[in-house]
Design a protein around this ligand. Sequence first.
Ligand SMILES: CC(C)(COP(=O)(O)OP(=O)(O)OC[C@H]1O[C@@H](n2cnc3c(N)ncnc32)[C@H](O)[C@@H]1OP(=O)(O)O)[C@@H](O)C(=O)NCCC(=O)NCCS
Length: 168
Amino acid sequence: MKPGAFLENLFVRKIEFDIFPAENSDCDEFSRLHGERFYRRWGDGEFHSLMTQDTVFGFSARVTSGPSLGLGGFVLARAAAGEAEILTIAVSDKFGRQGLGWRLMLAAMRETRARGGETIFLEVDEGNVSALGLYRKLGFRQVAERKGYYADGDGGRSTALVMRLDLR
Ligand SMILES: CC(C)(COP(=O)(O)OP(=O)(O)OC[C@H]1O[C@@H](n2cnc3c(N)ncnc32)[C@H](O)[C@@H]1OP(=O)(O)O)[C@@H](O)C(=O)NCCC(=O)NCCS
């Protein structure tokens, strides 16, 4: 053990996470976190109706270093006919920039491959610096843009970038 590591472990308890396949029982928590991270919250009914579709899959990132499996983030995607689409991804503000978005996206990419998908698409607001950073680091490249696609809370509209990643 490095000098000082004992004290560090004692006082700064590192939070650990694991990635789990999304389940129907997650919908309520997904909806709550979605509402914290997006202007228009998807209700748990919307999550339920997505989760009952065979083509839709997802993953949650949960705390595994404590007594309860608290939600740190989740991703939902849809795969059909060799292509997948990231439907939504959100990481709790409390656990931002700790690699959860990265791990969730890798899980979605692996599952896409397992389902025979070769390409993943997603849409992202051109001003969403953190999401763009994550997607570019994963190798996604812009292939189109949709002007005025997103509404913000103040009556304004912003451009969506369509991004693509080839998995082969
Ligand atoms: C986008 C989001 C999922 C990223 O999750 P995260 O767990 O914080 O991201 P990670 O820690 O896995 O970051 C992975 C990489 O993404 C990039 N990144 C993440 N946050 C960033 C930021 N604020 N600024 C610039 N790059 C950033 C970096 O390249 C980072 O790698 P690094 O930390 O080694 O530099 C999270 O910020 C979020 O939930 N945002 C609100 C919801 C949202 O916008 N979803 C996407 C809609 S398209």
